[in-house]
Design a protein around this ligand. Structure first.
Ligand SMILES: Nc1ncnc2c1ncn2[C@@H]1O[C@H](COP(=O)(O)OP(=O)(O)OP(=O)(O)O)[C@@H](O)[C@H]1O
Ligand SMILES: [Mg+2]
Length: 534
């Protein structure tokens, strides 16, 4: 008891003017912060008292938010509002929610001005503020505006004021009035009813096909690998390419985006939200218009692949969501990095847990990986001998655990191309022709598989029960899969994957039902479960 009383007396002695001073005003402004892709409301409360100047902030603010007092004080000074005579206390409620980023600057500045009595009219409680301030009061763009506004809308915000630099991204949000401002002074003029801000214009979305001039007709020979690429693109199946050096694995994988249909609107919004949080959206376009193609180097860390950080950020697997994740030289990735892939490849999302924050990012890319059969590369080569010892080969393949390889629906051999084939003019199909077959197969899937969260579903997402009700296997097909499973020692997961691939092959053939030939080809696509990698 005595200790507590002493403490109170010490606090009063340290800041007598605050405790005994006159509270001049209270200002409140509504804002939202993102944790992962989820928006959380933050009530910015400010009190100002006359007395020795200080600017303190409470409410679990990260470094970037705490620094906002410098930016806010300077931006206000640029408008002629000096805080020299005021003790300013900012409370970010709720106090147990971790706040990061600089996007709360604008709400803090507005709340300070309200506390100082700068507005005669009260601010609409459904209006939320978002924007970073520069020292001269200009509004700077923020990351993650699309998921922030969509989340705020769901949580009841009716209108927003956001930086004009984010206009294109703001234009993607429907059902909410989004005002664009270039500076703090424009915001003040709007709130005072002097000069209303412009509303954002709807952003036009025009999807594009990723090609960068790379066409499938560049690849000579390799009919099996080309077919595997087509099936993978049609059903969004993960693909493993195995073969000796120089056979064209990298060449093939880089051409995969050219045969996948463009993003649908719902897919593009998901991709844009993730890229926006990572600060990767082109400000002028506002939305991501091409399917992502990510090809990280094999030295990347686990956090860079699956996401992480104190403030959770998406990793490569989420940045490639609805697109392609190309893991070249797959066996060279660190073991822990490869193992970290297993959960998202199965579940389609990544969950990042930190001491005070938990975030979830979608992660459903088409993963294409390329490997050699052994360290020297020539294991399984028809003419060149492999010079690796048994142990070296075992060490090499040790990294690729069975459960990981199991997650690739299609395992495809890419044998060396004969010089004779390379020397002849290309007779291979062009990407547009293959893309047309893929497009038709995808439409058949969309019509049959239904939507989840507004997004169409490809065959790779179907569960066994869904497959059985949507596309029952014939007796002959079932016998084929069962005997392949017995002979090759395939897992239950392999069974489901063969089933899905068979459905995609039937879709490419325009067939309503899965025929035996489709199942046989799907079984063939799993034969590398046994060789040459393992
Ligand atoms: N099938 C092919 N058609 C045309 N060019 C090819 C083919 N295969 C290989 N090439 C040529 O060889 C080069 C190397 O091919 P690529 O890098 O795709 O081989 P890789 O299988 O990925 O080899 P590594 O295992 O060493 O990574 C290509 O850039 C291309 O010029
Ligand atoms: Mg390569």
């Amino acid at each position: 008891m005595r200790v507590a009383r002493q403490l109170v007396e010490m606090v009063i002695a340290a800041a007598p003017q605050v405790i005994r001073g006159r509270v001049i005003g209270l200002g409140i402004a509504q804002a939202y912060v993102l944790i992962g892709l989820e928006a959380h409301p933050v009530r910015v409360e400010v009190t100002t008292t006359r007395g020795p100047a200080f600017f303190q902030m409470v409410g679990l603010a990260e470094a970037a938010v705490r620094e906002s007092r410098v930016r806010v004080a300077s931006a206000l000074a640029s408008l002629g509002v000096l805080l020299d005579e005021f003790a300013v206390t900012v409370n970010l409620a709720p106090g147990d929610l971790r706040k990061s980023g600089a996007s709360l600057d604008l709400a803090i500045a507005v709340a300070v001005l309200t506390a100082l009595g700068h507005f005669e009219r009260s601010i609409d409680s459904g209006l939320q503020f978002c924007g970073e301030l520069s020292l001269d009061g200009a509004l700077l763009p923020v990351r993650g505006l699309l998921p922030l506004l969509e989340g705020a809308k769901r949580l009841g915000a009716k209108s927003s004021i956001v930086p004009r630099c984010n206009a294109a991204e703001a234009g993607l949000v429907r059902g909410m009035q989004v005002y664009l401002a270039q500076s703090l002074s424009e915001v003040l003029a709007h709130l005072a009813g002097e000069r209303p801000l412009c509303l954002s214009e709807p952003t036009r979305f025009s999807p594009e096909v990723e090609s960068e001039g790379a066409d499938l007709s560049d690849v000579r020979g390799q009919p099996g690998a080309r077919r595997a690429l087509e099936i993978a693109a049609a059903g969004n199946h993960n693909l493993l390419l195995v073969g000796p050096p120089g056979g064209g694995k990298t060449l093939l994988a880089r051409r995969l985006p050219s045969i996948i249909p463009p993003l649908t609107y719902a897919e593009a919004m998901e991709v844009t939200a993730i890229h926006s949080v990572a600060g990767l959206v082109d400000m002028r376009a506002g939305a991501v218009t091409r399917r992502p193609f990510r090809a990280p180097h094999h030295t990347l860390s686990e956090a860079a692949l699956v996401g992480g950080g104190d403030v959770p950020r998406p990793g490569e697997i989420s940045l490639a969501h609805n697109g392609v994740l190309f893991l070249d030289e797959f066996a060279e990735f660190r073991r822990n990095v490869l193992e970290a892939l297993r959960q998202p490849l199965e579940d389609g999302f990544v969950s990042i847990s930190r001491a005070r924050a938990r975030a979830c990012f979608p992660a459903r890319p088409l993963v294409v990986s390329a490997i050699n059969g052994c360290p020297c590369g020539y294991f399984g080569h028809p003419t060149r001998p492999c010079i690796c010892s048994e142990q070296r080969r075992a060490r090499y393949t040790e990294r690729l655990s069975g459960p990981l390889l199991d997650r690739f629906d299609i395992h495809c051999a890419v044998p060396p191309v004969e010089f004779r084939t390379l020397g002849q003019p290309s007779s291979s199909e062009r990407s547009v022709e293959v893309a047309e077959r893929v497009r038709r197969a995808r439409f058949a899937q969309y019509a049959r598989n239904g939507k989840v969260d507004g997004c169409e579903r490809c065959n790779f997402e179907l569960t066994l029960s869904e497959l059985e009700s949507l596309a029952p296997l014939g007796a002959e097909s079932r016998r084929l899969v069962e005997s392949a499973g017995r002979q090759l020692g395939l897992s239950a997961r392999s069974f489901v994957r063969i089933y899905r691939v068979a459905r995609t092959i039937a879709d490419l053939a325009g067939s309503e039902s899965i025929e035996t030939e489709h199942t046989a080809e799907a079984v063939q696509a799993r034969l590398f479960d046994r060789a040459p990698v393992r």
